[in-house]
Design a protein around this ligand. Sequence first.
Ligand code: ADP
Length: 464
Amino acid sequence: MMRKRNSVLILGIASIIILTSVQVIIVGGIWKQKNEMFGLRYTMRSQEALYFINRRLGSDGFDTVRYVLSKYSDQAARELSDAKDSAALYNKKQEILKYFTIALDKEQDLSAMLAAYFERRRWDKNFVHSIVINDLEFIASDTIPVIHRRTGPAIPGNEARGRTGLSEVNGSKILVNWFSMEDNNYRLRFEYFIDFSDKQQYILRESAATLLLSIFSIIVVVTIFIITYRNLMEEKRLSNLKTDFINNMTHELKTPLSTITVAGKTLEMPLIRSNDEKIVETARLIGKQSVHLNQLINMILEISMWERTQFELEKKNVDIEELMDDIVGSFRTGGGNNAQIIKKYDLKGIKAELDVVYFTTMLNNLLSNAVKYSDKQPVIEVEGFRSEEGIFIKVNDNGIGINKNDQKHIFDKFYRAHTGNIHKFKGLGLGLYYVKKIAEAHGGDVSVNSKPGKGSTFTINIPY
Ligand code: ADP
């Protein structure tokens, strides 16, 4: 059972992990695909916009930049060729690169043009641009490379401005185009990117259905697993209870049996046979133990009978107070002869439809538990009253009490609270189970209120 439980646990957890990983991979794939789709869509849209800007406005969006740079490049070219040593040359190159970078970024008009175009088409226009310079050379007395990045094609000599068809998606950024520019002093090639700040939300919205379905399927599987595992635990608990029951039963049966065996052996002894009084005493003992044994066997037979059949009550209209007087009276002379039983019920003249035999069993079980689970002189109060909700019968004792956890289970079949040595209090864990069944068969219920060390109160409620 233990091994079965562990393998179910391992299998369950493994399948949940596999399922979750598969879902993560699927959702990840869909996310990537949507991301690429988004990139491609805006690549195409920006190509369309560039074409429009070129054709209609006759611009590539960098006219101002071109003007600013041509004014600056004369002096820059001169200073580059005048550089005294390599350190000065290096510093100058950095300065030029910085100037070009800032000029491209600040003076370009392409972003505004693209945004206007996107807006007109009701497309997303919440993008930020970025520009990466790939090549920059100065043509002074000699060609002086300022920067050369090994990406894309070399500086195109006769390429048209704003050449299209070279766009690609670079990470989250979308490459709109390569641009090249040149005048007498320099040749420049750079890339212009756009990036959408609300792209993630957009993709999230698009993949929401898949994401929700994934989460839902994981929740379903986890729930099924938890329910199955719980059932298995419950099965295990019941099987433990059954084992306990068999142990208790064996213990219960052995006691009278061994007494009978010993008594039989005693009768064989010549000394005893000559003593009539002893023979009678031993025979009585055997008789008493046989009755007890018979009761136990009947109980076992009853268990299966109770299991199989639904309760068929033979209800009679009885005077409850009289019935309770009978039960308490015979209990006093029987099992409860060392207990002090205080009658506190007031049900005079109240008649109810009850099965006398089952009702007696129910009350007897409560009374005998009150005596059994007691570590001092038992004082039992039997209350009874009628209210709007029906008839209430309470059996209150000053016994050992029941802790909170056991209270949840004591009405279960075969359940016995493990109070230290379980055999100190004999029993099979069925008394309260029957009490509950009988109360329910009468349309009522039973409940417990108890504090360990203080005593317990069992309340039976039967609708009237
Ligand atoms: P059994 O007495 O055969 O064990 P029951 O179904 O009558 O079975 O009771 C179940 C468990 O509830 C007992 O093992 C005992 O621990 C606890 N119990 C029942 N009645 C009392 C009581 N009056 N006081 C303390 N514990 C009780």
